[in-house]
Design a protein around this ligand. Structure first.
Ligand code: PGA
Length: 252
């Protein structure tokens, strides 16, 4: 069984246009020189940098473009929103759905996420569906039930998961410098793979990449990626430095 290995860089709300340009060019060059073409790199800049990054990504180099969010509606009077159709138009192949910062700071609940997912799928965007427990749930040791329910609520209505990527991001590890141990990450990934098997069947379970995210850095990536159900990483802070991002990708 072989799943595509993926390293995705979520730039969040960082970088000027010039910085985005430099970072993309450096990543592109290093990827060409240092990485095998079997692994997929995804750059996920803020909306306003999509065009800049898209122009710099040469086709066929294994670097794909993703967006951090999309609207829950197709088009119309939704001031400040960006539709999945527009993202497609800017050459996005992927879109993050349900990042914990969207869930927490922008109150995106399951109903909103289901609508966003439907928009993404209707435009042929591959969703990267994020899930993960907050600290109190980890401490109460109810995290396996919590993440399964979170995912189940978001995937409500999906009959196939073709093209999907999942990302387990424990909230207590995001941007905190506190990463999950290899065992903690593998435990949740194995649980979710099992859930996929129960809910969608063996094929989906074995083919869907599940990424880990949360303070993943060059010095801890190797041990995290050892887990047999961990298929790569969703990287925040370390994705803003080309050297770190590529060094993480090398450890897949
Ligand atoms: P971090 O962010 O690597 O800075 O912890 C990960 C994410 O939020 O995707």
């Amino acid at each position: 069984m072989s799943r595509t290995k993926i390293i995705a860089g979520n730039w969040k709300m960082n970088l000027s246009r010039m910085q985005a340009q430099i970072l993309t060019s450096e990543i592109q060059q290093m990827a060409k020189d240092e990485l095998s073409s079997n692994n997929e790199l995804i750059l996920i800049p803020p909306f306003v940098h999509l065009q800049t990054v898209s122009h710099l990504i040469e086709k066929g180099q294994g670097v794909a473009l993703g967006a951090q969010n999309c609207a829950a509606f197709e088009s119309g009077a939704y001031t400040g929103e960006v539709s999945a159709t527009m993202l497609r138009d800017y050459n996005c192949s992927f879109v993050l759905i349900g990042h914990s910062e969207r869930r927490d700071y922008f109150h995106e609940n399951a109903e909103v996420l289901v609508a966003k997912l439907a928009q993404a799928l209707a435009q042929g965007l591959r969703p990267i569906v994020c899930f993960g427990e907050p600290l109190e749930v980890r401490e109460a040791a109810t995290y396996l039930n919590f993440v399964e329910k979170q995912l189940d609520d978001t995937l409500k209505g999906c009959t196939s998961l073709e093209g999907f990527v999942l990302a387990y991001e424990p909230v207590w590890a995001i941007g905190t410098g506190k990463t999950a141990s290899a065992e903690q990450a593998q435990e949740v990934h194995a649980h979710i793979r099992n859930y996929l098997k129960r809910k969608f069947g063996e094929k989906v379970a074995s083919e869907t990449p599940i990424l880990y995210g949360g303070s993943c850095k060059p010095d801890n990536a190797a041990s995290i990626f050892e887990g047999q159900d961990i298929d790569g990483g969703l990287i925040g802070g370390a994705a803003l430095k080309s050297r770190d991002f590529i060094d993480i990708a090398k450890q897949l």
